[in-house]
Design a protein around this ligand. Structure first.
Ligand SMILES: Nc1ncnc2c1ncn2[C@@H]1O[C@H](COP(=O)(O)OP(=O)(O)OP(=O)(O)O)[C@@H](O)[C@H]1O
Length: 301
């Protein structure tokens, strides 16, 4: 028996086409993502990023081919339940649906049941809340557990949704424009959470319009344009003045900048809601520096 056989890619797309209103809105020739690998999907409005992600989460299906265009962990006919068990999704649009008074810990625990909170007749509701608390601790928001979700700031609520996406311990997390609508503090904490998770070995698929969302732990970038993969490479290769200007079709300049030591702020993995467990070492200092050493897009005038 061949014991050296490599594990199949976590995700593989081959000649995958999505059609809407009689027109192809996404055509992917070839794309593969290894287990635990992270990637950022970057592109202008309407370039096909959300459709790409929905192809991954099976919310949309590609045109039928004899050779199935999407393989999930090598399986050409993965069930939705298999995909849901392995993938957690964080999207800013879900936040709009939360309009009920629930404790944050119950919103997180609800992720285990696919419901907004813990169902009244749920089995092992206490166990679910324990897992929810562990998930909140992992991204430093255990201090929000008892808060009414409706009283949280947009940034705090966004992090509650990250904990919810994590609660069933998926291997991969999809962040669909996770910083939309957040102020700089909210962005900082959401990016810190992504960093903690990438460091904990989770694969991250980040969908964004902005290179500064791409945390240092993600090096691979796929550029989408007009429903196709425009380029697939490293940040260094692709986040350049020339490539960004071509992608967004406006003159753009990329700037990379290091932060000053005085700008050092709270750390990922620390309970930022209670201030407990803070320990600032050299590693933490570096972590903060690299977080703000983000790529920026500037218009050239
Ligand atoms: N149901 C639909 N019917 C017709 N066209 C659609 C449908 N859904 C999406 N499209 C079109 O497909 C293209 C890709 O849409 P998609 O939402 O994937 O882009 P996106 O890159 O995520 O955009 P944004 O950055 O604005 O969220 C767009 O031109 C969109 O108008």
């Amino acid at each position: 028996m061949d014991t050296n056989r490599e594990a199949p890619p976590f995700l593989q797309l081959r000649d995958a086409t999505v059609v809407r209103a009689g027109k192809p809105i996404l055509e992917v020739g070839s794309f593969s993502l290894a287990e635990g690998e992270s990637v950022a999907l970057l592109g202008p409005n309407g370039s096909g990023k959300s459709t790409f992600v929905k192809l991954v989460t099976r919310e949309v299906l590609p045109l039928h081919r004899d050779e199935p265009p999407v393989r999930f962990q090598g399986n050409p006919r993965a069930m939705l339940s298999q995909v849901k068990a392995c993938v957690g999704v964080v999207s800013s649009s879900m936040q709009d649906q939360i309009a009920v008074h629930l404790r944050a810990v119950d919103v997180v625990a609800g992720g285990l049941y696919g419901s907004l909170g813990v169902p009244a007749r749920a089995q092992d509701a206490d166990g679910a809340r324990e897992r929810a608390l562990a998930s909140m601790s992992l991204i430093g928001i255990a201090g929000l557990a008892e808060r009414d979700i409706m009283t949280l700031s947009t940034g705090q609520a966004r992090r509650v949704l990250i904990a919810r996406a994590l609660v069933h311990d998926p291997r991969m997390l999809v962040f669909d424009e996770p910083c939309t609508g957040l102020d700089p503090e909210g962005m900082y904490y959401v990016r810190s959470s992504m960093r903690s998770l990438a460091r904990a070995g989770k694969g991250i698929v980040l969908v964004t319009h902005y290179p500064e969302d791409i945390i240092p732990e993600i090096d691979r970038v796929v550029l989408l344009k007009d429903g196709r993969i425009h380029a697939d490479g490293t940040k260094r290769e692709l986040i350049t003045d020339e490539v960004m200007s071509e992608l967004f079709e406006v003159p753009l300049r990329v700037r990379r900048e290091a932060a000053s030591a005085s700008a050092m702020g709270p750390l990922s993995g620390v309970d930022s809601t209670s201030g407990q467990g803070v320990s600032r070492g050299e590693d933490a200092r570096e972590e903060y520096f690299s977080l703000v050493s983000a790529y920026e897009l500037l218009y050239t005038i």
